[in-house]
Write a protein of this length. Structure first.
Length: 384
């Protein structure tokens, strides 16, 4: 077996959580190794795909609103520094039906956090967005400065900048660490060892496979299908600024406008079937396409009969209620778990990385909601 030089921290997993963790650690002067089985933003990863929403609204859940505010500022600063336009300020429109409690709660929290937004009546929605079918919609809330992150390229950019800061990168698939107390190394599947003071496992949907006894029943990877519908030639109604990113929780569907000429994005937010991220089919189903098409025809009548120009199958990777998991291994004190972010976590990459770097460096308050102890084995989603 060959050994590397010793690192302060080895980060396993180069998705949005792992890449930002490595970046923040490097900024603190730590010697860092970042490893991934397939590469930053790879096609199997929950951090892959073209786009992700970054929104501030979380109903009454102020913790995630404040983390979103912090993260958006860091994303903006980072993209300006690296000279890439990977954030589109489309605005994010929340649509409320008869049950508008969550939107009302979000307005209260956004006001406290200093987030700019507008509340729109049904009449104002009809005037501003005539291309949207508003059956069952009673009001709206528009976050003015939120929008969409170009996910795959954003993760790659963070990983690349981390390397510029001195982070070493390696393609490697890591085996489950063995031992107790403090372990000196982890081993990849080729037998090579990585030596570090701390090991951060930010492996997304693979966390349950790597740590089956601890996380096998506490991390839920689910199959999620995404569809892009082609817009009519010469029609700008479905691209920014005419159409924002939007969410309608009662439909359990969200979408994005035609960004970078890829088409109108439609995705189901409810959790799909539980899957293995290594073996699940990456082909969208006819059933999923039919449901997406029905929704498009209802909410965007001018797109009736529009072609599906692209599909994607990824996975969510959630804890039982949607809270993040950021905590130490219960038996190995220098091994950390970082995950549980799919469905809403991508936007929080900068804040997660900062939090993990602070915890490993011995600073920063612990958030009990992220603890392993708080994670149950039956799904009961509470964070949206």
């Amino acid at each position: 077996m060959s050994k590397t030089n010793r690192y302060d921290v080895a980060v396993i997993g180069a998705g949005v959580f792992g890449a930002w963790t490595a970046w923040h650690l490097a900024r603190r002067g730590k010697r860092v190794l970042l490893a991934d089985a397939y590469g930053p933003g790879n096609a199997r990863a929950s951090s892959a795909g073209e786009s992700r929403i970054i929104r501030m609204g979380y109903g009454a859940d102020e913790l995630y609103t404040r983390w979103s505010v912090r993260s958006l500022a860091q994303w903006r600063e980072f993209f300006a520094a690296v000279g890439q336009r990977l954030f589109h300020e489309t605005g994010v429109l929340w649509l409320a039906g008869k049950e508008d409690v969550r939107v009302r709660q979000a307005a209260e929290v956004l006001s406290r956090c200093g987030v700019a937004f507008q509340e729109l009546t049904r009449t104002e929605l009809e005037k501003r967005y005539p291309q949207v079918g508003l059956d069952g919609i009673t009001k709206g809330l528009l976050e003015l400065h939120s929008g969409a992150l170009m996910a795959r390229r954003a993760v790659a950019a963070v990983a690349e900048d981390a390397r510029r800061l001195g982070v070493d990168y390696r393609v490697a698939r890591i085996a489950e660490p063995r031992g107790s107390g403090v372990i000196p190394t982890v081993t990849d599947t080729s037998g090579s060892q990585m030596e570090a003071e701390h090991f951060v496992f930010a492996c997304g949907a693979w966390l349950g496979k790597l740590f089956p006894e601890i996380l096998g029943e506490r991390i839920f990877p689910t199959r999620q299908e995404v569809f892009f519908f082609g817009v009519p030639a010469g029609d700008a109604r479905f691209a920014p600024p005419a159409l924002p990113t939007w969410l309608f929780q009662e439909d359990e569907i969200y979408g994005m406008p035609d960004l970078e000429s890829r088409g109108l994005k439609i995705a189901l937010d409810r959790h799909g079937e539980r899957v293995d991220p290594d073996t699940q089919s990456r082909l969208a189903t006819a059933k999923g396409a039919e449901e997406a098409r029905r929704f498009v025809e209802e909410r965007f009548p001018a797109l009736r009969g529009a072609p599906i120009v692209e599909t994607r199958v990824c996975q969510y990777e959630n804890t039982w209620n949607g809270d993040f998991l950021i905590d130490r291994h219960p038996g190995i004190e220098n091994v950390w778990f970082v995950g549980g972010g799919s469905g809403h976590g991508f936007k929080h990459g900068p804040a997660v990385g900062q939090y993990v770097a602070e915890r490993i460096s011995g600073g920063g308050a612990e958030e009990k909601r992220f603890s392993l102890e708080s994670k149950q084995t039956v799904q009961q989603r509470a964070v949206f």
